[in-house]
Design a protein around this ligand. Structure first.
Ligand SMILES: Nc1nc2c(ncn2[C@@H]2O[C@H](COP(=O)(O)OP(=O)(O)OP(=O)(O)O)[C@@H](O)[C@H]2O)c(=O)[nH]1
Ligand SMILES: [Mg+2]
Length: 349
């Protein structure tokens, strides 16, 4: 069970960023010098403090739970202040582009994109993240990689495997790779991962990649904490498609047929068409993003498929930005109509 303040923090921050400014201030957290120092260090992007903080939120010791709740609250408070300052600067007429305030230059005052990467074991998630993460850091992004693998306590080899498959990203100064927490339950792992996401954002990582093994329930959990869910599938015939749970495909914003290279390229093309047909049969709400199917190779040197994938992710972001703007405008219109109607009822009828 989540403790109440912790649950409140997570509920508010599961998807949003700076909206959680109304969180009740926690004076205890503000006066704890250790929390203060740690928060400062995280906000300045120091990865040692970030790792220490993630270890703290992963801990199940009661004393650590209390401390990590204080830390999360304080980190959120401070980050929200920085974001507010940044917004204020941006809204000022003739705001300077170079940025003169602390918030303007602060790594924690940028908006982040959370992408969940899921798929069956062996589909190539880690290899994909290594290649895709490298592409993003080369374009000036700061990328954090977190993984949810509730099976790792059984197999025991997954943590080492991921580290060796993300060799370059692990030593990239603009990337941060965090192996799976070793808790046994999916709920426990997911909670620690949500909190780790918050801490990585505070440390200035603007793209958070959350890797999960395709075991069904973990996709549902991950899809609730990310902006976009990417489902990696292997180039295989219809049998494979039958085997993948319908629910997982329904959750995906992008289906990516991985390993589309060499001898597998033509199979990948067929698989792509099969998934396009399958997605076409799923119900689709008007005004919502229609999931797309792409092919990709994580080992191709030219990276063109990864670049196309990134462009599609950007399209998705733009689509959702426009959608939320239109929804806000509709809300406003509805609100005004309601008031006109009340006024009409009260005074004119
Ligand atoms: N040809 C080809 N092979 C790939 C590609 N991506 C990954 N592989 C290979 O697929 C195998 C599995 O890759 P991983 O990245 O470990 O897969 P994973 O999904 O992370 O595996 P788990 O973490 O164990 O679930 C490795 O042998 C990779 O070399 C690709 O784009 N093309
Ligand atoms: Mg992996």
């Amino acid at each position: 069970m989540l403790q109440k303040p912790r649950a409140a923090i997570l509920a508010q921050l599961a998807r949003s960023r700076w909206i959680a400014t109304d969180l009740p201030a926690n004076p205890a957290a503000a006066v704890d010098p250790e929390i203060e120092v740690m928060t400062d260090s995280i906000l300045q992007g120091h990865r040692y403090s970030l790792s220490k903080a993630i270890t703290l939120v992963e801990s199940v010791l009661p004393a650590h739970r209390d401390k990590s709740t204080k830390l999360l609250t304080h980190v959120l408070d401070r980050r929200n202040q920085l974001l507010k300052q940044r917004m204020a600067v941006a809204l000022k007429p003739h705001a300077s582009v170079s940025g003169s305030t602390v918030a303007d230059r602060h790594p924690a005052s940028t908006k982040s994109l959370r992408v969940g990467i899921s798929g069956p074991p062996g589909v190539g998630k880690s290899t994909f993240i290594e290649a895709f993460g490298g592409l993003l850091t080369s374009r000036g992004h700061k990328v954090a990689v977190l993984s949810i693998d509730p099976s790792s306590h059984r197999t025991g080899g997954s943590i080492l495997g991921d580290k060796t498959r993300m060799e370059r990203l692990s030593v990239d100064p603009n990337a941060y790779v965090r192996p799976s927490p070793s808790r046994c339950t999916l709920g426990g792992v997911a909670q620690a991962t949500s909190e780790a996401v918050i801490l990585c954002e505070a440390a200035g990582f603007d793209i958070i990649l959350v890797e999960t093994v395709g075991v069904g329930q973990s996709e549902v959990t991950v899809s609730e904490m990310v902006d976009m869910l990417l489902l990696l599938v292997t180039p295989a015939g219809g049998d494979e498609l039958q085997g993948i749970k319908k629910g997982i495909v329904e959750l995906a914003d992008l289906v990516v047929v991985n390993k589309a290279d060499g001898e597998l390229l033509s199979t990948a093309r067929h698989t792509k068409i099969e998934y396009m047909h399958a997605l076409h049969l799923l119900p689709h709400s008007i005004g919502k993003w229609r999931p797309q199917v792409l092919m990709c190779s994580s080992i191709d040197a030219d990276q063109s498929s990864l670049i196309k994938l990134w462009d599609t992710i950007c399209d998705f972001e733009r689509f959702n930005a426009v959608r939320s703007l239109s929804l806000s405008a509709l809300d406003l219109l509805f609100f005004s109509c309601q008031h006109v109607w009340e006024f009409w009822n009260l005074y004119l009828l």
